[in-house]
Design a protein around this ligand. Structure first.
Ligand code: NAD
Ligand code: WQD
Length: 351
């Protein structure tokens, strides 16, 4: 296996992207990061470098849809492979702003592809999502489950997957590894990096973390009448460090052969909303207030991965559980009660 040495990370300042930068730096990759900071802050790079003890090779503020600017980055650096995280990712928001979602997620991906194509870069790891399965029903879902997107966000990811599959079909020099993540959560164990959404968190784990730190009064549990053991919805939470380790392993497998391959990333273990509240209460040492609220429109009762394919093919398997995710998310939240922007800026120092 010949792993690429210089990797361009789009959305490198985001939640998963920033952790991926650490993982790649830790494993000797040269990292070039681009982001428009629409949902992040450049402050994270100093933290990435502090954890990794190495510099990110170069950092660019740009919108991936701006092809001339993106192209200049490919001109300047000899990029071997791209890990493409940059996207909008909130399901509810996507129903209110479908055009923005298609433009950023689909338009951003085609702009990136075209730029890669012009520069002879043919290796891509793509962030997809379990959301493409829609309301697929009960039981672990494997990659053969037919996608049935139910929101513009989900549709945007499924459209990207189909574009990438077609490009691979017509251009045999391409290798695309498409990873469908279930519910990434947690934080870097140092407490320096974590999930810091702008505005009110849409996702469960960051919302619970903000309740724990006193920034929000209580959690609203969306639906207690699901056909699940405790009546609350079940998801497959995956530690962000396991998530990014899978990307590093994916990079090691880009040379296995051309074409597109799709893998689920999950633990195969479902946790209910009440399980998450209980685990986070244990992590922060006090019971967390919650109230019952109606079901959130578009939510499904259960989404759990059958992630055995990726284990079979690459040997990757998650090693962290919900307790680890809550412990690490709490450490980050406790150290950053108001997120990155509320913390003192650290100078960009040499190591
Ligand atoms: P995030 O919002 O924290 O990170 C995305 C990053 O992309 C942000 O830093 C944002 O500023 C940047 N970005 C957005 N549009 C851009 C553009 N046009 N040009 C340049 N940069 C842009 O989200 P995340 O949770 O880190 O998600 C990363 C990827 O993983 C996304 O593609 C998302 O759809 C996918 N994903 C996330 C989850 C999850 O639950 N977090 C689950 C499945 C899939
Ligand atoms: C989990 C459970 C909520 C908030 C989302 C995206 C999906 C993918 C993963 C990107 C649900 C409940 C939540 C709250 C609650 N992301 N909940 N109170 O909806 O499974 O998936 O993240 O690709 O596309 O849709 O995750 O964290 O929003 O919700 O009760 O304040 O927690 O109803 O059952 P979800 P989530």
């Amino acid at each position: 296996m010949n792993a690429p040495s210089t990797v361009l990370v789009t959305g490198g300042a985001g939640f998963i992207g920033s952790h991926a930068c650490v993982e790649l730096l830790d494993h000797g990759f040269e990292v070039i990061a681009v982001d428009n900071y629409s949902n992040s802050t450049p402050q994270v790079y100093a933290r990435v470098e502090r954890i990794a003890g190495r510099f990110v090779g170069a950092v660019y503020e740009l919108d991936i849809r701006d092809r001339p600017t993106l192209s200049a980055v490919f001109d300047r650096h000899s990029v071997d492979a791209v890990v493409h995280f940059a996207a909008h990712k909130a399901t509810g928001e996507s129903t209110r702003m479908p055009v923005e979602y298609y433009d950023t997620n689909v338009g951003g991906t085609t702009a990136l592809l075209r730029t890669m194509h012009e520069h002879g870069v043919h290796q891509l790891v793509f962030s997809s999502s379990c959301t493409v399965y829609g309301d697929a029903g009960h039981g672990p879902l494997d990659e053969t489950t037919p996608p049935r997107p139910t929101s513009p966000y989900a549709a945007s990811k499924w459209i990207c997957e189909q574009i990438l599959a077609d490009v691979c079909h017509r251009h045999p020099e391409y290798t695309v590894l498409c990873l469908r993540y279930f519910n990434p959560a947690g934080a870097h164990p140092s407490g320096l990096l974590g999930e810091d959404p702008r505005g009110t968190p849409e996702n469960l784990m960051p919302y619970v973390a903000q309740v724990a730190v006193g920034r929000r009064e209580q959690l609203r549990v969306f639906g207690t009448d699901y056909p699940t053991p405790d009546g609350t919805a079940i998801r497959d939470y995956l530690h962000v460090m396991d998530t990014v380790e899978a990307h590093r392993v994916a990079l090691d497998h880009l040379d296995d052969g051309p074409g597109m391959r799709v893998y689920n990333l999950g633990t195969g273990k479902g946790s209910s909303v009440l399980d998450v509240v209980a685990a986070f209460s244990d992590a922060c040492g006090r019971p967390l207030p919650s109230e019952v609220a109606p079901r959130r429109p578009g939510d499904v009762a259960e989404l759990v991965a059958d992630a055995s394919a990726v284990t079979r093919v690459w040997g990757w398997r998650p090693t962290r559980d919900l307790t680890d995710m809550c412990r690490d998310a709490w450490r980050f939240q406790r150290l950053h009660p108001r997120g990155y922007e509320g913390s003192a800026r650290r100078p960009h120092t040499k190591h």
